[in-house]
Design a protein around this ligand. Structure first.
Ligand code: PEP
Length: 257
């Protein structure tokens, strides 16, 4: 692993935009320029801002963000390094575009593409092998929360990552807690619910826990970001819908106390 990996993954305040399958060359140019300008304006606040864009826009992100404080990444990567996997994109290909991060295990991929925790952990390993930082998403469904299975589900998803990657490699990852019921629904977990899961995660991570950034994702908006980011084990957010408008994304990036 290259040396810069540990600084990419080290515990720090972070806000990561997940554009999902949104954007156009014209709209992105405006948004990327606005992100870069607003982050430059308050650089030094100790918050690292990144955007994870659809694959075709990686070249545009590199072109418009190189030299700025904003970093960029992708939203998935193949578990395979190369070969006969039509339609897939390898981590190494993503790395060629200067990306720092790749989201793996987003609940939309787990749900719509039947991704298992073992596959997600394999993808995280592929991202690490390409000298980038995986942002590993974990989270429970509403049904699981309602039958008091939240910790069991989170522990199960995490333990597969620990088995496949090992704690030392996991220390080079970012983890995002994203309750499925809060993603894109407008329904946000309360700061107390988020802190409970983040505290649980940090404890389960053992010796790796103290150094890992734990992000919360799920309907974060300018109006709720500050109270979420104020929780002691919340190091920032993975932001979906609100990362598509600079009027929403910028105040979220500045919401740390
Ligand atoms: C996400 O897609 O990771 C996400 C958190 O979405 P939203 O902020 O729109 O709920």
């Amino acid at each position: 692993m290259r040396a810069s990996q540990s600084s990419d993954a080290a515990r720090k305040k972070r806000v990561v935009g997940n554009w999902k399958m949104n954007g156009s060359l014209a709209a992105n140019a405006e948004l990327l320029r606005a992100c870069s300008a607003s982050v430059e304006a308050w650089a030094g606040a100790g918050v690292e801002v990144s955007v994870c864009v659809p694959f075709p826009y990686l070249a545009q992100a590199r072109e418009l963000l190189s030299g700025s404080a904003v970093r960029w990444g992708a939203q998935d990567a193949s578990v395979h390094a190369s070969g006969a996997y039509t339609g897939e994109v390898s981590a190494q290909m993503i790395a060629e575009f200067g990306a720092s991060f790749v989201i793996v295990g987003h609940s939309e991929r787990r749900a719509h593409h039947s991704e298992t925790s073992a596959l997600v952990a394999g993808k995280a390993a592929a991202v690490l092998a390409a000298a980038m930082t995986p942002i590993i998403c974990l989270g429970e469904t509403l049904e699981e929360r309602e039958i008091d299975m939240t910790e069991a589900v989170i522990a199960g998803q995490l333990s597969v990552c620990v088995e496949v990657l090992g704690l030392d490699a996991l220390a080079h990852c970012v983890i995002a807690y994203e309750p499925v019921w809060a993603i894109g629904t407008g329904r946000t977990a309360t700061p107390e619910q988020v802190q409970a899961v983040h505290g649980f995660l940090r404890t389960r991570l053992g010796r790796a826990g103290a150094g890992i950034s734990l992000l919360y994702g799920g309907s974060v908006k300018p109006s709720n970001a500050a109270e979420l980011f104020a929780m002691p084990d919340v190091d920032g957010g993975l932001i979906g819908g609100a990362s598509l408008k600079i009027e929403d994304f910028e105040p979220i990036c500045r919401a740390f106390g």
